[in-house]
Structure formats: C-alpha cells, structure tokens
Design a protein around this ligand. Structure first.
Ligand SMILES: [Mg+2]
Ligand SMILES: [Zn+2]
Length: 188
C-alpha cells in the first residue's frame, strides 16, 4: 500500500479568499509550489481535499470549481509542481437546494474524501498526513486515521487559539513548505 499527503486548498496552497471561484483571484502562498514539487520528486501523491459549499449556496456552479482547479494546476505547473488529484465537496447540510443540500460523508470534518482517495490510490491512511488550516480539516484527517499538521497560514493561527485544548495535531508549521519539510525529514 501507498501513502500520500492530503492538502486542504484555501489557506494552505493559495491565499484564503472567501468563496474563491475566479482563477484571476488565485494567489499562491509563498513556498507552496516548492513544497508540492518536493513531494512530486519523491513520487508521493499530492491530493487536494477541499470543501466547496459555495456550489450548494449557489455562489458558483460546479463547473467553476473545475475551472479554478485547472487555473491552480496551471499556476503550479509553471513552478514544476503537480497536484495528483483534486477532491471537493460541493454540498452543504442546510443551505441551498437539492441535490447539493444534503448531509454528506465528504464535507470535512467528515472523512469521506480521504476514504475515497484511499480506495482510488490504494493508500494506507495511517501513513498519510493531512495538512490543513482549520479544525475541520484536522478532524477529517484524524477520523480517517491520518497524521495531521496545522499550518499557521489561512485561518490557522486563529483556529489554534480556539481549539488548542481540543485537539493536538502531530505538528504545527508556519506554512505548507515547513509542513512538507517536516514530513520528508521524518521519511514517514
Ligand atoms: Mg482552508
Ligand atoms: Zn459532500
């Protein structure tokens, strides 16, 4: 079985923008492309898991998520970095209209996207690490049996102030590059 690194998208790879959908508003977090290409060079799958409730809320169509992800892939490719797969949850339990208004297994903190990736990539989740900036990311990783790293970019700093008593990630990193360096140095 294989292992992989799961990355939340907004606040980890790109700067947090509320309900980001326009590739023109995409700004990479410094070091993110270097971090991803470091994993690429070691043949470690890089898997994005992102909640996109803006779809359920009707802020943008699902097709726009694909356009944004292509835009992100293009930006990363310039710096020789590649995301192996994007998983996203377009749902919300109480907002918007069916079929998107649904209590789903994929919306973090549920672990559905990680479990799906484990089937698709034949992953041993106990050897995988999730890097996120929100408690909901870390709880999804924890529920899937992964290691977790909180980054201080995006919502990370305020999340840590709020939740530090409730959960303990394996590591806290200032950003995704430091998080990946930590993973690689441990050779997990
Ligand atoms: Mg985030
Ligand atoms: Zn979902």
């Amino acid at each position: 079985m294989n292992w992989a690194v799961f990355l939340d998208r907004d606040g980890v790879i790109n700067e947090e923008v509320t309900y980001l959908s326009d590739p023109g508003s995409l700004r990479l977090i410094p070091g993110a492309a270097v971090a991803i290409s470091m994993l690429n060079r070691q043949a470690i799958p890089v898997i994005v898991v992102t909640n996109q409730a803006g779809v359920a809320r009707g802020y943008y169509p699902e097709s726009q998520v694909a356009i944004l992800h292509q835009g992100l892939a293009d930006r990363l490719a310039v710096e020789d970095a590649r995301i192996d797969r994007f998983y996203y949850c377009p749902h919300h339990p109480t907002e918007g209209l069916p079929p998107y208004r649904i209590l789903c297994e994929c919306r973090k903190p549920n672990p559905g996207m990680l479990l799906q990736a484990a089937r698709d990539f034949d992953l041993d989740l106990s050897r995988c690490t999730l890097i996120g900036d929100k408690a909901s990311d870390l709880v999804a990783g924890w529920r899937a049996g992964c290691q977790t790293i909180l980054v201080e970019t995006g919502y990370g700093k305020q999340e840590w102030l709020r939740w530090s008593e409730e959960f303990q990630p394996q590591h806290i990193a200032c950003d995704v590059l430091e998080a990946v360096e930590w993973i690689v140095s441990r050779g997990v």
